[in-house]
Structure formats: structure tokens, C-alpha cells
Design a protein around this ligand. Structure first.
Ligand code: FES
Ligand SMILES: [Fe+2]
Length: 375
């Protein structure tokens, strides 16, 4: 799957910090970057990581810091089985982080290297992402010799697919704002006609009144199954199948938006995540799979081209927004267009409170609601 990255623009802009949500899976990097014997770096929630792929195919993620004197393990060596620190040659098993050799130990030493543990994180490959589970600071290790399920972790996120034959695409862009701005930008219906106006998507003149029904789901909310906007050209194309088109959009903490469009046995599915790399910056990743127009030539490159353009429009807007946010202005959320953003903040707050008190998180929606806006 070709790697398409619209984020050529690097920027050192960043806005105010966001509170981070731990105890969840985040995509660290694309696994195609993990070549045999190579170490790759990533940053998640202000934690520097080193990732790699073992000879047996498994992927791993460790804190990019040697427990001896803190040099990044990523500057060390990796032979497909062990990560060896560049400074004094300590050797680590990368999935559990256990130290297996300390070359300086002599015959009189009693130190058992295997009692030394580097920090390692649960790491799983899905849809070309290396997902890493980041526990709360101080929560203890979530890896070891036991199987992952023994640690009581939630399921690894995965893109929904309906059948074995489909095409895929991936897009990414760095956003110079904190994760909250990235997420509320993602679920914001009102920017579409302004940021994404184009003949092939929608124009300002096509703005019309919308009514959307939402329902609560675990740690998130769902825009209930509905016929997609009549004013978006890509959806109109699905009309060629002569079947009713239905789309469902979910948002689930900490950062996932999934969209499924179904039209008879044809489908399109996407998983978009906004991942905090640091408290002040984030990255948007989109993975998509579809079997619509499977046999039509050039559909995949065309979809990638327009998808990249779309993500790029959001990215440019957020670069401009970051300029404004530097001065910490007071902001507002209005009804109903910003209601999903309000729910996001309420869900996040509920999760933070629940993890502090051990109580069940209180959901901001107590039943289905209708929202109205123009877009
Ligand atoms: S700093 Fe890594 S082995 Fe000493
Ligand atoms: Fe957008």
C-alpha cells in the first residue's frame, strides 16, 4: 500500500496543552516502516518510543531510553531478537523489556541481569498501524511473559471490513495543535462548506439545513444510520448501484472516528484517529477500505488524491488556527453544530473522573437526540 503523506509542511507552532488519556491503544507508526533489523522512533503522549519487528514477525514498542543511563535504545543495535544498548552493551528482550545480558559483569558479580526491566509496552499490528497501549503513569507494567489477555487490556482497535476483497488507502498529517482541537475539528460539521469547498465535494451555495440523530454508545456517540448528505458528490456516485445508501458514524474515546457506508453488498469503511504525540501536538491518521467500484480502473489513486487533498485542507486550517491559539484566546462552542464537541469534552471529563474515583463514567447523553445545523 503506497504511503501517502500530505504533511510536507513541518511547523514548530503549537497551542496550549491538552490533558492526555492513558490506558488505551494509540497508533504509533505505520508498520511498513519496521524493516528487519531496523529500529524506528515514534512519540506518543510525550513518551519517546522505539519500535521494531522481531524475526518471528511480532512487533514491539519500548520506551526509547536505556534503564542504565538513559541513552536512547534507538541508537543501539537490533539483530531481530535483542535490542543492544550502544553505551555499555546491555541486551534486552524487546517485547517484555527484560535485560538478558550485562557484558561488564565478572565472575565475582552477583547481579542477576534478568531482574532489570526496561519499559516495554503492549504493541499489536492492525491495518498497517503499530498500536501501542499506553498505561497511566505509575500503573505498572502491562507486559511480561504472560499472554496479553492476562493483563485485562481492551481490544485493539480495528477497521471494520465486510468480506475479503477490498482496496485500502492510508493518509496522515501532523497537526500543530493539541489533541482536543484535532478531535473537535474532526467532528465539526460546520467547517465542511468553507474548508472543503470544491466542486467535487460541496460548495458554500450548497449549504442546507440538516437534522441528524445521535445515540449514546459505550464511551462515545453514534450518528445513527442515515442516508448521506445529498449535497456531496462522492455520495451521489453511489447512486449508480441503485440501492439505498446508508452511513453510520461513531466517535469513541480516546480518539477514534469510524464511518461505515453501505449500499447493498458494496461498502466503504474508514477509521480516523487523532493521536497526541505530545500534550501540544497531534497527528491525524486515516485508514480506509472499500469494495465500491472495485473493478473501475484508477479508483484507488483517485481516492487517494482526493483524500490527501481533503486532509491537507484540514491540516492547513489547523496550522492557521495554531497561529491564533498561541495567544491563548478564550473560545466558544455553540449549539447545535458544536454539540458533538461538547459531548467529547464531557466524555473525556467523565473518563478522567472515573479513573480517579473508580466509579462508572457518567455518559453525557441519556438517550437519542436530534441535532440541527446548516452545512
Ligand atoms: S546506558 Fe545502556 S547499557 Fe549503559
Ligand atoms: Fe475537515
Amino acid at each position: 500500500m503506497p504511503f501517502l503523506n500530505p504533511s510536507e509542511t513541518r511547523t514548530d507552532l503549537s497551542g496550549p496543552a491538552a490533558t492526555l488519556l492513558y490506558d488505551d491503544w494509540y497508533p504509533a507508526l505505520r508498520t511498513r516502516k519496521l524493516r528487519l533489523g531496523k529500529l524506528s522512533k515514534a512519540m506518543l503522549l510525550d513518551i519517546p518510543l522505539v519500535l521494531g519487528r522481531l524475526n518471528d514477525g511480532r512487533v514491539f514498542a519500548m520506551r526509547d531510553s536505556c534503564p542504565h543511563r538513559g541513552i536512547p535504545l534507538s541508537v543501539g543495535r537490533f539483530d531481530g531478537r535483542h535490542v543492544t544498548c550502544r553505551y555499555h552493551g546491555w541486551e534486552f528482550e524487546p517485547c517484555g523489556g527484560q535485560c538478558q545480558a550485562i557484558p561488564s559483569l565478572g565472575s565475582r558479580d552477583h547481579l542477576d541481569p534478568t531482574r532489570i526491566l526496561a519499559t516495554a509496552y503492549p504493541c499489536e499490528e492492525r491495518d498497517g498501524h503499530a498500536w501501542v497501549f499506553i498505561p497511566s503513569p505509575g500503573a505498572g507494567r502491562k507486559v511480561g511473559t504472560a499472554e496479553r489477555t492476562d493483563w485485562g487490556l481492551k481490544a485493539v482497535p480495528e477497521l471494520a471490513k465486510f468480506g475479503g476483497r477490498y482496496r485500502t488507502a492510508f493518509l496522515t498529517a501532523d497537526l500543530p495543535c493539541n489533541v482536543d482541537h484535532g478531535i473537535i475539528g474532526l467532528m465539526d460539521p460546520a467547517h465542511g462548506p468553507f474548508v472543503h469547498h470544491a466542486w467535487w465535494w460541496r460548495t458554500r451555495g450548497s449549504i442546507r439545513e440538516k437534522t441528524k440523530r445521535f445515540e449514546p454508545i459505550s464511551e462515545g456517540f453514534r450518528m445513527s444510520a442515515h442516508a448521506p448528505s445529498g449535497n456531496s458528490a462522492p455520495y451521489k456516485l453511489l447512486g449508480v448501484y441503485g440501492q439505498p445508501v446508508e452511513t453510520t458514524i461513531d466517535f469513541v474515546l480516546p480518539n477514534r472516528r469510524t464511518e461505515v457506508i453501505r449500499c447493498g453488498d458494496k461498502w466503504f469503511s474508514s477509521l480516523t484517529t487523532v493521536t497526541p504525540m505530545t500534550a501540544t501536538t497531534c497527528r491525524i491518521d486515516v485508514v480506509a477500505a472499500w469494495n465500491v467500484f472495485y473493478y473501475v480502473p484508477l479508483v484507488t489513486p483517485i481516492a487517494r488524491f482526493f483524500g490527501a487533498k481533503f486532509v491537507r485542507q484540514d491540516q492547513l486550517t489547523m496550522i492557521q488556527q495554531a497561529e491564533g491559539l498561541r495567544h491563548n484566546p478564550s473560545l466558544m462552542l455553540i449549539d447545535d453544530a458544536d454539540k458533538p464537541a461538547k459531548w467529547y469534552f464531557a466524555l473525556k471529563q467523565a473518563r478522567l473522573e472515573a479513573s480517579a474515583t473508580g466509579a462508572q463514567p457518567k455518559h453525557p447523553l441519556d438517550g437519542p437526540v436530534e441535532l440541527h445545523w446548516r452545512s
